[in-house]
Write a protein that binds this ligand. Structure first.
Ligand code: ZN
Length: 253
């Protein structure tokens, strides 16, 4: 390490900021070089002089007050900036909640107070879920003699399975689903590119006729009971065509 380098590192050495290797090298140089040692001693004296109290003085009262008030002001601005950003965040949160609630309101069509509406919502959810997930059918078959026995042992009832291919509603397959707190049969039919889910499970209720529900999203639900079974047909098919489908099912069960 030569003089130039030691001079460059002297302040850092005085402040004990050098790593061990540089510190040792500087110390070694100071032992061998009078000029650099002189510089070091000068710096040391200046440091000591600055530290003596005679060089400290009280700031005038006015200056101190000015500094204090500007520090307070700066702090308040920082605080206000925080408050403002929090307020912005809470406005955003309220907006997000409102959007979520309105979306929820769009999909939750009916007040869930009555059991029928709750069940209709369940049926609709199940229909939509079957289209979204890659789980439309457990037993993909257009053969009713394949689909019907598939439910054996999986349900404690035997759902009627009919093929309506000749009438324009080909059977696509069957699936186990869960509605109204029980496993149910879901039969899947097609009308052109429209999917129909026909949910069937045992019921002690007997509603006269059919109930039809139209949802704002364009789905139709038709519900009826027959011979101790409850039926729900769900599709985005036109109501006319879904009614036609239901009449065909009712005629053959
Ligand atoms: Zn030197």
């Amino acid at each position: 390490m030569d003089c130039t380098e030691v001079q460059r590192l002297l302040h850092a050495y005085l402040d004990a900021e050098l790593d061990m290797a540089d510190t040792l090298e500087v110390e070694q140089h100071l032992q061998e070089c009078k000029a650099c040692l002189q510089s070091y001693n000068n710096y040391q004296e200046i440091r000591t002089a600055i530290k003596t109290s005679s060089l400290y003085f009280q700031a005038p009262e006015k200056l101190r007050n000015n500094i204090r008030s500007s520090v307070r002001k700066a702090n308040r601005n920082v605080f206000l900036a925080h408050v403002t950003s929090w307020r912005g965040l809470s406005v955003a949160a309220v907006l997000i909640c409102a959007i979520l609630l309105s979306l929820w309101g769009v999909t939750r069509l009916w007040p869930t107070a009555s059991g029928g509406n709750r069940l209709a919502q369940e049926v609709l959810d199940s229909h939509i879920r079957s289209l979204m997930a890659n789980h439309l059918v457990d037993v993909p078959s257009s053969d009713q003699h394949t689909v019907k026995p598939w439910f054996n042992g999986k349900l404690d009832f035997s759902p009627p399975v009919v093929d309506l291919k000749a009438q324009g509603f080909p059977l696509v397959g069957g699936r186990l689903d869960y509605l109204d707190n029980q496993p149910v049969a879901a039969l899947v039919y097609k009308r052109r590119e429209h999917i129909i889910n026909l949910f069937i499970w045992p019921s002690t209720q007997n509603i006269g006729g059919v109930t039809e529900t139209n949802t704002p999203q364009g789905y139709h639900l038709i519900h009826w009971t027959k011979a101790g079974l409850t039926y729900w047909a769900a599709s985005d098919l036109s109501l006319n065509e879904l009614q036609q489908f239901v009449q065909l099912i009712q005629a053959s069960t």
